[in-house]
Design a protein around this ligand. Structure first.
Ligand SMILES: Cc1cc2nc3c(=O)[nH]c(=O)nc-3n(C[C@H](O)[C@H](O)[C@H](O)COP(=O)(O)OP(=O)(O)OC[C@H]3O[C@@H](n4cnc5c(N)ncnc54)[C@H](O)[C@@H]3O)c2cc1C
Length: 325
């Protein structure tokens, strides 16, 4: 994006202002009227509160707070011309806050309302909310519902859902986007489009194809999923002298085929040996969530993956919300 596009910022601020008034519990249609800054903008002192130019003494602090990948927190990383309001910022490559061209950051921080309709088992979540906020708001309404998304609660809904989103309930309920029913986005003419208005092709693209490749996504409507009152989590670690090879070999056949309520991640890491001084060894860690209690879990793992040696004392039962926050 070149300098000539920077004046668009004002319009972008306005868009944020206008969409905050949308009631996400209602399906929204196409806004055909032209957006007018004079009619809808907030007072200028409010705007100055949310716009940070390089001359602003808070510019550096605001930018650093946004950079989740510390690799890009360096003096040589290209800086934006301007930051509009202090999303998630969890892109691995930093593409939401690094560019060699002149750019500005449009953060969705102020678009973070979440409306849970427990009767319908649905929710509207705005793109600037974090996964943790979504999980918590669902839990406030129901202890028996949840949503299948990522394991890191500070990841932003906007980037996560537009990139598909996987988490601990993947095997039971699929990706986050398998549970997205509708979405709201702004097109180049400033119209707000829902799924019907944008069409199925574009809707398909923004739930997996990366939102920023298309338009600014404002919110998603999601389908909640049932969770049990108690889930069980565990972490088992084994090194080379503890038959880790047998565990890793067997895990490959069991993990993708076992009970759909059991999600077992395997991490392989080189670590310092505890038994041979100055030597390195390989450690395999199985980190898991089971949608059920520990007795049900042990009945499965004893039968299917005894190489893991899972014991009752390795298991912790908790509510679903405790397992995700
Ligand atoms: C610590 C960490 C843990 C993670 N854990 C998981 C995990 O468990 N499961 C998983 O699937 N992924 C995980 N991820 C990856 C994460 O889901 C993606 O990087 C995601 O794109 C981050 O979204 P964000 O909104 O936080 O990031 P941002 O950096 O703000 O945005 C990422 C991209 O999405 C675009 N975007 C964001 N919001 C919008 C919007 N409203 N409209 C249009 N485009 C938008 C941005 O422009 C950018 O290109 C993790 C990442 C990190 C850093």
């Amino acid at each position: 994006m070149g300098y000539q596009h920077v004046p668009l910022i004002a319009r972008t601020i306005f868009l944020i202002d206008s969409v905050q008034r949308v009631d996400w519990r209602n399906s929204f249609g196409v806004y055909t009227s032209n957006i007018s800054l004079t009619h809808r903008t907030q007072p200028s002192d409010h705007i100055s509160d949310i716009v940070y130019s390089r001359a602003n003494s808070s510019f550096a602090n605001v930018l650093v707070s946004y950079i989740c990948n510390r690799r890009f927190n360096s003096s040589s990383t290209p800086k934006p011309l301007i930051i509009v309001t202090p999303n998630g910022g969890h892109d691995y490559e930093g593409i939401s806050y690094v560019s060699d061209d002149a750019f500005f950051i449009l953060d969705m921080f102020n678009l973070r309302s979440i409306n849970v309709d427990i009767q319908k088992r649905t929710a509207w979540v705005q793109a600037g909310a974090t996964l943790g906020e979504l999980y918590y708001l669902i839990w406030e309404k129901s202890k028996l519902h949840g949503f299948p998304a990522g394991v890191c609660p500070t990841v932003g809904v906007g980037g996560h859902f537009s990139g598909a989103g996987y988490g601990n309930m993947l095997r039971k309920y699929g990706l986050s986007v398998d549970n997205v029913l509708d979405a709201g986005m702004v097109d180049v003419r400033g119209r707000i489009l829902d799924r019907k208005a944008m069409g199925e092709d574009l809707f398909w693209a923004i739930i997996g194809g990366g939102g920023a490749s298309f338009r600014v996504i404002l919110a998603y409507q999601i389908k909640l999923v049932p969770v049990p009152e108690k889930v069980t989590v565990f972490r088992v670690e084994k090194t080379l002298n503890q038959n880790v090879t047998d565990l890793v070999y067997k895990w490959q056949f069991v993990a993708p085929n076992t009970d759909h309520g059991l999600f077992m991640r395997l991490l392989l890491q080189p670590v310092t040996s505890q038994t041979q001084k100055g030597q390195k060894t390989l450690r395999a860690s199985v980190v898991a969530l089971f949608l059920g209690n520990s007795d049900q879990l042990l009945a499965i793992t004893d039968k299917e993956l005894s190489e893991m040696g899972l014991k009752k004392e390795n298991c912790t039962e908790m509510s679903w919300i405790e397992s995700v926050l």
